[in-house]
Design a protein around this ligand. Structure first.
Ligand SMILES: C[S@@+](CC[C@H](N)C(=O)[O-])C[C@H]1O[C@@H](n2cnc3c(N)ncnc32)[C@H](O)[C@@H]1O
Length: 313
């Protein structure tokens, strides 16, 4: 049975219904996410872009002070618009590396394998289409050179706070002592700024969330009526959890394929995504709990976003 189908049925069968956010990213979802990154309210991309475009020299020196020969692996690379600054600099400084973007979206991997060598002549790219850790395993079979792993865009925020240590320990288990991880964390800040980023006035984040229902309709033969669900984000400044829901606007029954049907009450939510926000101290604790040592902290000028460089110890 298809994994997408199994995961969707599991999520909708749960007492508190949920859909896994990794399924947002088909070709339409990838394009909508690019549009989100352009939204005036969506600050994380601009903050991290500032770091990657204005501190490129410092970042590349830091990485090359550890290794000049390495493999550069990026988890959830997306369109790589931030990492491209680092890639260009590393090439200019004659670092020897292959870039391995990992992404669950085949559309993203095809795009990167086609476009990046044209934009950056001489760059060696080997795209890996699939889940983070399965693809890290595959990458290991390709090369045993030291690794630098990028995990940008606060993708790590899509893991709930109570699962982040487990995720980072698993990441550590795929790496060797001395390898580096560069992880983008969105930091706690004015709660209104955070909530607005997930509730843009133009309604693109709403379309991005509803697109998941459209994808389930198209690929799994479901009959979601997109008009009968409303996008509803909330942010809790106490826990730092920003959560997105699709709320059923009516009592309704939705079927996925011929056999699985799900009843919704009016007002019943489907949890679609978490974007966890952290303090710097919390990120240091995660590193310490999971076998890493923070060796550098890079911030944007407002200190809204942190790119933490961790060494495997
Ligand atoms: C929020 S986007 C961020 C993209 C990029 N890192 C950036 O900063 O602009 C998340 C990306 O991670 C990918 N992704 C999400 N979950 C994944 C998973 N479990 N395994 C592999 N890729 C995943 C998505 O397809 C998408 O391209």
């Amino acid at each position: 049975m298809n994994k997408f189908y199994e995961d969707i049925v599991r999520g909708l069968s749960s007492r508190s219904k949920y859909l896994e956010s990794k399924y947002f990213y088909d070709a339409v979802g990838d394009k909508l996410f690019q549009d989100i990154m352009e939204c005036p309210e969506y600050y994380p991309t601009r903050c991290e872009m500032e770091i990657f475009s204005q501190q490129t020299g410092a970042l590349s020196s830091l990485l090359r002070s550890h290794y000049n020969d390495f493999e550069l692996v990026e988890l959830g690379a997306g369109d790589a618009t931030k990492s491209i600054h680092l890639l260009r600099r590393l090439l200019a400084e004659n670092a020897t590396f292959t870039y391995y973007p990992i992404d669950i979206s085949s559309n993203v991997i095809n795009y990167l394998e086609t476009k990046l060598p044209l934009q950056l002549p001489g760059l060696k790219v080997k795209g890996l289409n699939g889940e983070y850790f399965e693809m890290l395993e595959r990458q290991k079979r390709d090369s045993s050179r030291p690794k630098i792993v990028l995990f940008l865009g606060s993708n790590i925020g899509n893991i709930p706070a109570d699962g982040v240590d487990g995720f980072c320990k698993e990441l550590r288990s795929h790496l060797n002592t001395g390898d580096l991880a560069l992880i983008g964390f969105d930091l706690k800040k004015d709660p209104r700024t955070i909530l607005a980023a997930y509730n843009d006035k133009g309604g693109i984040t709403k379309r991005f969330n509803l697109n998941l229902l459209r994808r389930i309709n198209d690929e799994l033969g479901a009959d979601f009526d997109l008009e009968k669900f409303e996008h509803y984000p909330v942010y809790d400044p106490g826990t730092g959890a920003c959560k997105s829901y699709l709320v059923s606007l009516a009592e309704q029954r939705v079927c996925v394929g011929d056999t699985e049907c799900f009843d919704f009450k009016e007002g019943e939510p489907i949890h679609t995504e978490i974007s966890q926000k952290y303090t710097v101290e919390q990120t240091n604790d995660i590193a310490a709990n999971c076998g890493f040592k923070p060796i550098s902290h890079l911030y944007d000028s407002r200190h809204w976003f942190l790119d933490a460089v961790w060494e495997c110890v």
